[in-house]
Write a protein that binds this ligand. Structure first.
Ligand SMILES: *Cc1c(COP(=O)(O)O)cnc(C)c1O
Length: 403
């Protein structure tokens, strides 16, 4: 078979996005303005939520959600050990203590019994991660938070409206995913999405925060507080200041700078229009990968079922019984054939930053075992059918001697 070059996750940018960006540049308004507002409204329709706030990343979105919830020093936040660093680092930025939770056996989903057992009087939030684009078992997570309600004391009005530990979803992978007929975004109390260049829908960098319908929560007030946090605590944004004679503003807090620009909004608007087709294509590719893995006896995430639809973000495969060294050999051999594979994830307790906090991977045996056998295949919408065939044929050829 002739060698091909298959990258891991290149952005899928069409002429539509390019034109919209050019129009934005010519329009005279390039930072947060009409296109970001339009993108926010379209996203809220898509997520079935009342409001969306666009920001410059999922990490910033998660951080601002935690600030809005009044979470900080003295509080604890529960985070799966098996995720990307920003699920945990945002909690550290606000001054909270992160408590890592191991995975279920043979799964990359949190061990919900261990999660429930870890809830104390200090616990203020749980950060479930919809890994690979598959929505977590929020029924179980909400149940755990409800069961431990008696330990919870609210420290601001939003916490009070929620009335228990807040569920703040890391939906970086989950744009467009659903479970029990509900979209990622309308399930958890608050959700943070990523539009980073490798994600399903991209604005180059970018992210968004949204929240479900919470009785007693003033959506406009929450939206306004996000605006303040993300734009210096300035009482008027740049667009409002262009109104005739309306130069004067106040600074109500010494806050942050993480707003989305209209150039990013322009990319997002056009990506969103194309997004249903992109999801369909991901599903097709996953079907082909599943067929080969099932034939070989390679385990993989299950992205689609009767009552759930994944966003098909990542194809996590596991070769039973292999060691880390063998996994790395497979990745190297795939790379020699021009195919970029990856590992999702090296558990956070193995990373230098978290080891310094005293975490030890020995306490997370399930996360470690999953990591040992895990290989992520390239999954994106720039893959042609021939590319997909090339990946599956080579994967089969490389992996068969490890089975
Ligand atoms: C990409 C990613 C993030 C961070 O997204 P940014 O927009 O880059 O901040 C957070 N969590 C997970 C699981 C991710 O994969």
């Amino acid at each position: 078979m002739k060698n091909r070059s298959i990258s891991f996750s290149p952005p899928d940018i069409s002429e539509l996005e390019i034109q919209e960006v050019c129009e934005t540049l010519r329009s005279g308004w390039i930072t947060t303005g009409p296109r970001v507002k339009e993108f926010e409204n379209r996203l809220a329709e898509y997520f079935h939520t009342n409001k969306v706030v666009c920001l410059n990343s999922a990490t910033a979105s998660e951080e601002l959600i935690l600030r809005l919830l009044g979470i900080g020093e003295g509080d604890e936040v529960l985070v799966p050990a098996y995720t990307y660093t920003s699920s945990a680092s945002a909690a550290i930025h606000v001054g909270a203590v992160v408590k890592f939770i191991d995975s279920q056996l043979d799964s990359c989903e949190m061990d919900y019994d261990a999660m429930e057992a870890a809830i104390t009087e200090k616990t203020k939030a749980i950060i479930p991660v919809d890994l690979g684009g598959i929505v977590c078992d929020y029924d179980r997570i909400f149940e755990a938070a409800e069961d431990k309600k008696n330990l919870f004391t609210a420290s601001n009005n939003i916490q009070n409206a929620i009335g228990r530990v807040a569920i703040v979803a890391d939906c970086a992978h989950a744009m467009g995913a659903s479970r029990h007929g509900k979209m990622a975004g309308e399930i958890a109390d608050f959700s943070a999405f990523s539009f980073h260049a490798v994600k399903n829908l991209t604005t180059a960098e970018g992210g968004a925060a949204t929240w479900r319908n919470i009785p007693g929560l003033d959506d406009q007030a929450v939206y306004h507080q996000f605006q303040l946090y993300s734009l210096h605590g300035q009482s008027k944004d740049a667009l409002a200041k262009t109104q005739l004679g309306s130069w004067e503003y106040d600074i109500v807090g010494p806050w942050y700078k993480c707003n989305m620009t209209d150039i990013m909004g322009a990319i997002g608007l056009r990506q969103l229009e194309r997004y249903p087709q992109l999801l369909t294509r991901r599903k097709e590719i996953i079907g082909k990968y599943d067929a080969v893995c099932d034939k070989l006896g390679v385990k993989h995430l299950v992205h689609y079922g009767e009552d759930f639809q994944s966003s098909g973000h990542l194809y996590l495969a596991r070769v039973p019984g292999i060691s880390c060294e063998q996994r790395n050999e497979i990745i190297t051999q795939m790379a020699k054939r021009g195919i970029a594979c990856n590992v999702h994830y090296k558990p956070l307790p193995m990373m230098t930053a978290y080891k310094k906090y005293g975490w030890d991977i020995k306490d997370f045996p399930n996360a470690y075992h999953y990591f040992e056998e895990e290989i992520t295949l390239p999954l994106h919408t720039k893959l042609s059918d021939e590319d997909v065939e090339y990946v599956t044929a080579n994967f089969e050829d490389v992996v068969k001697k490890y089975l």
